[in-house]
Design a protein. Sequence first.
Length: 263
Amino acid sequence: MAARGMLAALGLGAVLLGAQHGSRHRRWEVYEPEMQTPVEDPPDAWEKTEFAFARLRFRSPYRGYYQRWGIDTNRADRLFSTALRRLTRIHVRSVEEIIDIDSDEIYNWPFLYAVAAGDMVVSDPQAARLREYFARGGFLMVDDFHGEPEWADFMAVIRRVLPGHQVIDLEEDAPIFHVVYDLAKRVRVPGANVVYGGQVERGGVDPRWRAVVDEKGRVQVAICFNMDLGDAWEFADDPRYPEMYASQAFRMGVNYILYSMTH
């Protein structure tokens, strides 16, 4: 689908974000104090579907009106879910699923998304649960963390969760870039706060498309480092955010999800 067609298709998604669904409580209102951009549920928020965009809820050392796991949620999640519905034949739920890192529910969700991975704090039991999740074939996409200090903190978590596993830079011919869309020519997706500047956030100068892979070369953790796809999803219908970055972010998200389903 052409880039502008992708954004035009989101019109319904923007309407759904503001829709009410009667007196029934919002699906994730218990977590809304930890979210950056909570929105009202659409009417079909409780629909049973074959897929839902699952976001990992984890602990971080930061405190405030939302936790680090809740950056861009749940507006970004829902606009991306709208795009996924339009761009694929996957039966996608209109609202996200939130998976707590302490819950065995994690094993029921083969695709997970996490932001601010450089701020993730995991206990020994949580590390063990994540290790088992990957052993069962789980896939994690991490996004929106920047700079070498945050990279070092993220790698400290990876060494505990997946000791001995290789971290690689994904080359242009990596299968994950060609599942649906041809993304051999990769484009840095910047956050909305730096999109019109140097596109550098918290010291993260160079964008990196990396991955943690298993012994067969399958991607287990897809790493979007020094970029911010979540912002591109969240602001896709905002005319101040460039369409070219939003389209790239949608394509990459679609590829990563379809890769997790087919590899």
